[in-house]
Write a protein that binds this ligand. Structure first.
Ligand code: HEM
Length: 516
């Protein structure tokens, strides 16, 4: 009897293996060109390198460090503005660069396309329920509470003053010293400090004093780490597993959990400090106070965790995007001396010493600097700092180019590829040419947000567009007036994949004073 047991077990195991292999084989035959349980889409070109059951998962993981160029390569290979891809573990993906489709998703049929799926899950520790991932009423109350601070008086008197003050601090404590010593500096690193310092001052009424310190800011390091993880999770389902394995083999390195703790503590310290000040009877009119007085979607005052989400969502908006635009902008200027010279000439004409010390006048003057705006927009055309984006379809739909969208499909659009597309921008699409933003009459040309969705489009268009433009142009023009920057040799400038668009290893430059 006992002798029979192993044979019976072997038989059961053998039969189970045979059945599993047969089922898997049949599934592989059915899903021979796409991820399991996704339908074939015949109406649009499908991504190449799609394998049975897994779809493009492996190709996507293999290319994750050049994700934007992977998208661009495929768009060019297929010679189509819209394509389809499926990857195991992800919803079916419609990927497009067609401005008509972008207009439809973000504006004309706004209510059918929501934040959802992997983006929300991947960034859960970073964004919580903040404005970037919220939908419906939860989104509406946050947008309303925040919009109030973006008024003209605040721009003219308050924001401009903070930007000038922080550029002055950066000049005095960092750039003048580098100019004297002749050492290089990572421009991205210092500009991140500038935008963080400025935004925390404007939004939360606190001076962090990080511009005067040479140290890396722990909050920033952890914030960057969490963003990188959030992006990797979208593409690569093994991201969390790798983080757990890393913690076993490298116990002294901070894990994702540790980094989340650092950013939470930072946000909570701002909230606690403000609560204490309010208790003592101080009055504030900034973003944090707006949210402390706002009611959430259930008509309740925001709890501490909702306030934390607000702080972190606004820091990602206010720090990263503008700093990255300035860093890419300086890189393009240094690679294009003709453009740099033309911009410096405009700066010398408009940015007088009187204006440098008068925030309200500087604010009015910036508006007249057409070439500076053109440089800023052209940078964001080639290096949009939210380089790819996606929304989920609530119901079936048909895009303007005829593509059928099904409920729960992820629809991706990619401003990075759009900016480089000759079909959209003409034969010189890949050249850095700010003049394309200027009309024959010398005025600034407004491009439609469907063609250039660098600041998004429709009801969820970037709330900080004017703030970012003012901050970017004030910093850029003041710095160019004071310093001549030169690229340090032996560095490769490339992007790092994240939810935004940082330069992977920063940008090292020499600094010389223009006037002694
Ligand atoms: C060059 C700088 C900037 C660029 C290119 C930029 C671009 C964008 C983009 C593409 C979005 C849409 C993101 C999405 O929902 O998927 C967005 C949203 C947003 N941006 Fe900006 N942004 C910049 C600076 C700023 C600044 C300085 C603020 C300051 C508060 C800000 C506040 C916001 C907010 C609150 C949203 C969410 C809007 C909503 O969902 O209703 N942005 N921005």
């Amino acid at each position: 009897m006992n002798d029979l047991l192993p044979t019976a077990t072997n038989n059961i195991t053998g039969t189970a293996a045979l059945i599993s292999t047969t089922v898997l084989g049949l599934l592989a035959l059915k899903y021979n060109d796409r991820a399991i349980f996704t339908d074939r889409r015949k109406d649009i070109p499908n991504l190449p390198k799609s394998v049975p059951l897994f779809g493009v998962l492996f190709d996507q993981i293999e290319n994750k460090n050049r994700n934007l160029d992977w998208f661009d390569d495929n768009i060019n290979k297929l010679d189509s503005m819209t394509m389809f891809g499926s990857a195991l573990g992800l919803p079916p993906m419609i990927m497009t660069i067609d401005p008509r489709n972008v207009n439809h998703i973000l504006k004309d049929n706004f209510s059918n396309y929501v934040k959802g799926g992997n983006l929300v899950k991947a960034g859960r520790e970073l964004f919580g329920h903040g404005i970037f991932v919220a939908n419906g009423e939860q989104w509406r109350y946050q947008r309303k509470a925040a919009s109030i601070i973006f008024n003209a008086a605040n721009f003219r008197d308050n924001f401009s003053r903070v930007f000038i003050q922080e550029v002055n601090t950066m000049s005095k404590y960092v750039l003048d010293k580098k100019a004297a010593s002749g050492e290089t500096i990572d421009f991205q690193d210092i500009i991140y400090k500038f935008t963080l310092e400025s935004f925390v001052d404007i939004g939360f009424g606190k001076n962090l004093k990080i511009l005067t310190s040479e140290e890396k800011v722990p909050f920033s390091t952890s914030f960057d780490y969490c963003q990188h993880v959030a992006f990797e999770r979208i593409i690569d389902p093994f991201t969390d597993l790798r983080d757990s394995i890393k913690s076993i083999f490298r116990p002294n390195e901070l894990t994702h959990k540790d980094h989340v703790k650092v950013i939470n503590e930072f946000a909570y310290s701002l909230i606690d400090e403000r609560s204490e000040q309010l208790k003592q009877g101080h009055e504030y009119n900034d973003l944090l106070s707006r949210f402390m007085n706002a009611l959430n979607e259930d008509g309740q005052p925001l709890n501490k965790s909702e306030l934390r989400d607000t702080v972190l969502n606004f820091i990602i908006a206010g720090r990263d995007t503008t700093a990255q635009t300035l860093s890419w902008g300086l890189y393009y200027l240094l690679m294009h001396p003709r453009v740099e010279e033309k911009l410096v000439a405009e700066v010398e004409e408009y940015v007088t010493e009187e204006i440098e010390n008068d925030p309200a006048k500087f604010y009015e003057t910036i508006k007249k600097m057409v070439y500076a705006h053109a440089v800023f927009y052209e940078t964001l055309r080639l290096e949009p700092v939210v380089p790819s984006n996606a929304k989920m379809a609530l119901e079936d739909d048909i895009l303007p180019d005829g593509t059928h969208v099904r409920k729960n499909d992820l629809v991706l659009w990619n401003p990075y590829s759009m900016g480089r597309s000759m079909k959209i921008w003409g034969l010189d699409a890949q050249d850095f040419r700010p003049e394309r933003w200027i009309t024959k009459e010398g005025d600034l040309k407004r491009e439609s947000a469907s063609k250039w969705p660098a600041f998004h489009h429709g009801p969820r268009v970037c709330l900080g567009q004017n703030l970012a433009t003012l901050e970017g142009l004030m910093a850029l023009t003041l710095l160019l007036k004071r310093y001549k920057f030169t690229l340090a040799p032996n560095q490769e400038i490339k992007y790092s994949v994240a939810l935004t668009h940082p330069l992977k290893d920063g940008i090292n430059v020499y600094v010389e004073k223009r006037y002694h």
